[in-house]
Design a protein. Sequence first.
Length: 189
Amino acid sequence: MAKVSLGAKTMTLPTPAWLIGTYDAAGKPNLMTAAWGGICCSKPVCMTVSLQKPRHSYAAIMERKAFTINVAGEADVAKVDYCGIVSGRDHDKFAACGYTPVKSELVDAPYVAQCPLVVECKVIHIQDLGQHTMFVGEVLDVKVEEAAMKGGKPDPLAIKPIVFAPEDRHYYGLGVDLGPGWSLGKAIK
């Protein structure tokens, strides 16, 4: 099939719409929305998030060497967007969104009590990539609301994570369950 070349862009579909939790230098809990992140290693279990140096959360992660990844549900899309358009230097995002900060027992960062999925990360690598710095966080714990579990595992259709499309700058929700991995492809054999 014919393809249209778009050139070098920050584009893959989808990207996450995560709330990154940190404590700033004064100990104030803060959130920022991040789309540049993902899983990067299975052993040790690690996730990345990439931030620009001017961001308030950048200094917090550099100072505390920790962050949380908070996966909000679709109903909180306006709150997720808000946390990406105002700075924690000037705004208390937890208060504005009606979120409750919870002090992690494992890392020096807060998580959002109301988010159905939370990942607690200890920074183990920092890589300056140019406009962004990539923080590799070793996952120390994943917390999931009981109501968002199915068969002992997190249920994406219950969590209803928000995803982001960089090119059109829109948020989207998940669609339908297409079937089990490592199984559907067997029909091609």
